[in-house]
Design a protein around this ligand. Structure first.
Ligand SMILES: [Zn+2]
Length: 182
């Protein structure tokens, strides 16, 4: 799933369930911020590995276990919700795009390993463009993504999150100017 969509989902969950939006956003962002650089650096031959797996989820749960204060509980919950949303969203996107085996392989890493779909040819355009040094911006990858089954859904999620955040900001501005006018 595209990175902005993960942020949009993190924002929507935080706003809907009155969780810390910043912790939700961090949880929703981190799996890609960890795994994509590892894949780019060649540490693992795929972009969804340790942080996208149930192993990673167990590690996160262990780190955030036994919270010591209410504040930490709130942050842990929001972070966990954001992280889970990332895994769920990537799973849904891969499944919608007909790559269920990759989706299952992602969660089961390292037991169920799958290779990088942009290198193995199942997603075109990784190695054959001048932009291949920046795989997420390569022409083939972009056109594949824009025509994928999940793209309209992702676009809708991003637009809803954007509209809600703008409406919230407008409400906040109005209430500040209303208080100042009294
Ligand atoms: Zn991801």
């Amino acid at each position: 799933m595209w990175f902005p969509t993960h942020l949009a989902i993190g924002y929507l969950l935080g706003a809907r369930f009155r969780l810390s939006v910043w912790w939700c956003l961090l949880g929703a962002a981190l799996p890609d911020l960890v795994d994509k650089p590892l894949g780019l650096a060649g540490v693992f031959p795929a972009y969804q590995t340790v942080s996208h797996s149930l192993v990673g989820l167990a590690l996160v749960a262990a780190v955030f276990r036994s919270p010591t204060s209410d504040r930490r509980t709130t942050a842990s919950l929001a972070f966990g919700v954001g992280w889970l949303s990332h895994l769920g969203a990537d799973f849904l996107q891969l499944t919608l795009d007909g790559r269920t085996a990759h989706a299952i392989g992602m969660l089961g890493w390292p037991v169920t390993h799958w290779s990088n779909p942009m290198v193995d040819g199942s997603v075109p355009g990784y190695t054959d463009t001048l932009l291949s040094a920046v795989p997420f911006l390569s022409e083939g990858y972009l056109s594949h993504y824009l025509t994928s089954a999940s793209f309209p859904l992702e676009l809708l999620v991003c637009l809803v999150a954007l509209a809600l955040s703008l409406a919230k900001r407008r409400r906040e501005r109005r209430s500040v100017s209303g208080r100042a006018g009294r």
